[in-house]
Design a protein around this ligand. Sequence first.
Ligand code: TYM
Length: 333
Amino acid sequence: MRVVSGIQPTGDLHLGNLLGAILRWTAMQEEAEASRFFFLADLHAITVDHDPAQLRRNVREMAAALLAAGIDPERSVLFAQSDVPAHAELQWLLACTARMGWLSRMTQFKAKSGKNREKASVGLFTYPVLQAADVMLYQATHVPVGEDQKQHIELARDIADSFNHRVGEEVFAAPAPYIGSGRAARVMSLRDASNKMSKSDPSDMSRINLTDDDDTILAKIRKARTDPDPLPDNLDGLEERPEARNLVGIMAAVTNRSEEAVLAEFAGQGFGAFKPALGEALVALLGPIRTRLEALRADEARLDAILDQGAQTAREAARPTLDKAYAALGLRR
Ligand code: TYM
C-alpha cells in the first residue's frame, strides 16, 4: 500500500481539508505496512496569480499545520513538491500521453477558468497532468482526497493505463482515489450548502479555519445558514435540507459517529440546541491542533529541517520510476 496525497499551500487549512483529507492521512499512519508521501503542492499554487513572498510563507505555514494535525515525519514523508524536480519532469512525459479532450472535461478547470478560458494559464489547463505525475512517481495505490479531487485521480488512472499501453510495459501502478465515507468527503459552505467549503470563497463566514479562535468558531456555527424545522430521526428527512444535512455530516465526522447516530441524539430538537453542541465539538477538535500549530510555526528551523529531510527521501523514492519512464519512451537520459 503506497499512500500519496497533496494540498495546495494557499491560505489557511479549513475544516473541509481537515475532514476530507488531512485527518484521514493521519489515520492512515496507523497502517504499518504502508509507505506515505504527503506534500505541499507549491507548483500547483502558481497556476494562478500569486505573491511569491506569500507562497514562501504559506509553504512553511501549511507544513506546520499538517504537523499540528498529526502528520508524523517519522511515519510519513512530508515535503514541498518543488523540492523534487522529478514531479515537473514526469509531468512533461505524461503530457505527451494525456489528451486535450480528457483535460477539457475536467470540472475544476471549467470552474476555475470560468468565462475567461482564453486568459487561463496553460498550467491551469494541464494542472491534472502534474497531479497525475505527483502520484504516479511514487507508484501510489491509495490517494486519500476529498470528493472534489476524485475526477483528477481518475484521470491519473487513465493516463497511467494509456502510458503503460503506449510503451508496452507496466511502468506505473494505476492510482485510485480513496474517498472518505459520509459527508466529510464533501464539506459544504456554511453560508450556501450548494457550494463546497473552500479557501477561495470570499466570505470568511462560509468556512471554519484552523486558525479561528474558539469564539470565532462558535460564532460561525451560530450564524451558519439553517432552516427553522427540528431535526428528523432519519437521513431521508434531510433530503431536501442541504444546510441541515451539511451540519449533521460535520457533527458526525467531528465526533467520529455515523450521521444516523447524530440524528438519534438530536431528533426532534431544533438548531438552537444542535448548533451549540456542534460548536463545542469543533472547539474540542480544533483547539488542540491550533495550540500545536502556534508552537510549531515559531520554529522555522525545525520546519525547514523536516521539509529538507522529506525532500531528500522523496527524491530517492521518485528516481527509479522516473528513470523507468524515460527509458520506456526511448529517451537517452
Ligand atoms: P486542495 O489543496 O484544494 O485540497 C486539499 C485536500 O482537501 C480536500 N478538500 C475537501 N474535502 C472535503 N470537503 C471540502 N469542502 C474540501 N475542500 C478541499 C481536497 O479534496 C484535497 O484532498 N489538486 C489538489 C492538490 C494536489 C493533490 C495532488 C491531491 C496536487 N497534487 C496529488 C492528491 C494527489 C488540491 O488543490 O487540493
